[in-house]
Design a protein around this ligand. Structure first.
Ligand code: ZN
Length: 457
């Protein structure tokens, strides 16, 4: 059950009076976070976990002077009252795409491509102030809160008890830091509010807020939805008339000298130009869309309580040591269903099946039971004509069954390779999932993962 907090009648009258007052005298719009099921502390926790995921995927710029420069600008902005005292951090990502993003609770990333595209420190500060605005107004978790995820309130209540990773649990509901993530893709209204709050923050910090609007408009003018800036505008849609909106906002801001410029911008941009060429992949921006999430070819080990195996190092694990279900997938391989379940189109599910009647596990009989259950849950799923075959996994008797179904990617057919292993605690299974046309490419990876499985003694 989800209920939205109702404004009390007096608050509503108060709001009406304010609205009237603003009609008569003109009034700065009040900016505050919207409906949110997360606590501020959960924003911070989620951002920390997200940051550690993201920093495994991106290449941070290795230039301490450049980093310090960006951190100084960030701290100056983050210490203004508009930033609302979150534990902000600022990092430069070595990526030529013009992009920047901030996670809930404060971790903020700025691509070298963005620094190279800015004309002055005010423009760089503008993008950073805008990102800080999203954090302070809690736009990411506001969107997740409004997404009608039935299990979210219970999950957040449980997370208060402090067990497991919040990011991992949210991923089970399909909320992750991947392509088109609810947490990083904002509405036009959110963009407008981040602009306004950013403008106030800039002015307070001694930067000319107009530089922010000018920079966004310059980028927009340069063919925003293609090429190097596409990712920024995919997650930050243009609210329109930015300069005009900021100009109007400036009328309400106290007059002051814009004297924050450190004079170091040209040097910072030179340092960006002197960096070796940015790596082609694993770029920050690419958290928006890694090329179809194809396995990197490098492996990393997952070690759970009952089993361990290796998986492509650019795939994420969702779920933790204690959860009944582990998913290993690239972010792009996941979608969320209308009822809030996580759907997998590309990746691997790992779990135990416990026979309905209890008792000893029988490989063939209980594999068939599991197959029937999977078919119930996935209408249209059928067993391939090849049928099942026996094999050994982690030194134990196992069965492999190939299935065909409809992919979550529209119009694609899917191959699901089910591998079941008889274990004392239950029927261990892995389902390797891929769109049919990717299957040939990925089969070797799946087999390598399968060969790496080890069970606890
Ligand atoms: Zn934005």
């Amino acid at each position: 059950m989800r209920t939205r907090p109702q404004a009390s009648p007096c608050r509503r009258v108060g709001g009406l009076l304010l609205a009237l007052a603003s009609l008569v005298w003109g009034q700065q719009r009040e900016l505050k976070p919207g409906f949110n099921l997360f606590s501020k502390q959960q924003d911070i926790q989620l951002g920390r976990e997200g940051a550690s995921q993201i920093e495994r995927q991106v290449t941070l710029a290795r230039n301490a002077e450049l980093n310090d420069y960006v951190v100084r600008i960030g701290r100056r902005l983050a210490s203004q009252p508009q930033a609302d005292q979150y534990p902000y951090s600022f990092k430069v990502v070595h990526d030529s795409n013009i992009n920047a993003f901030a996670l809930p609770g404060g971790p903020t990333y700025i691509n070298t491509g963005l620094i190279a595209a800015a004309e002055n420190e005010g423009q760089l500060a503008g993008v950073m102030a805008h990102e800080i605005g999203h954090v302070a107004l809690r736009h990411g978790t506001n969107q997740a809160s409004k997404a009608n995820l039935i299990q979210l309130p219970a999950l957040l209540a449980g997370a208060l008890l402090g067990d497991g990773s919040l990011a991992g649990q949210l991923a089970q509901l399909g909320v992750h830091f991947g392509a088109g993530s609810l947490l990083l893709k904002y509405s036009r209204n959110a963009e407008r509010d981040a602009d306004l709050l950013g403008a106030r923050m800039m002015s307070h910090a001694g930067y000319n807020p107009l530089e922010m609007a000018r920079f966004f408009e310059k980028l927009e003018g340069e063919g925003a939805h293609r090429g190097a800036v596409a990712q920024f505008f995919a997650s930050h849609p243009n609210p329109g008339n930015r300069s005009k909106a900021v100009q109007e906002e400036i009328r309400y801001l106290p007059r002051r000298a814009y004297d924050a410029d450190s004079g170091q911008f040209a040097r910072a941009r030179q340092m960006v130009n002197d960096l070796p060429a940015a790596p082609k992949r694993g770029a920050a921006a690419s958290i928006q869309d890694l090329p179809a999430g194809r396995p990197s070819g490098r492996f990393r080990q997952y070690r759970g309580r009952e089993f361990a195996f290796s998986h492509p190092d650019n795939w994420q694990t969702y779920g933790d040591r204690d959860s009944a279900m582990l998913t290993v997938a690239p972010r792009e391989g996941l979608r969320q269903s209308r009822d809030g379940r996580m759907l997998i189109g590309y990746g691997v599910m790992v779990s135990f099946y416990f026979p309905q009647r209890g008792g000893r596990v029988d490989l063939r009989r209980h594999t068939e039971e599991l197959l029937r259950k999977l078919q119930q849950e996935n209408p249209g799923m059928r067993v391939s004509s090849e049928g099942s075959r026996r094999l050994t996994v982690g030194g134990e008797a196992a069965m492999q069954t190939t299935l065909h179904s409809e992919s979550i990617f529209a119009g694609e057919a899917e191959v699901d390779l089910l591998v079941t292993v008889q274990r004392p605690e239950g029927l261990f299974y892995m389902i390797f999932i891929a769109p049919e046309r990717e299957y040939r490419e990925i089969r070797d990876t799946f087999e390598q993962m399968l060969r790496s499985v080890q069970f606890a003694a």
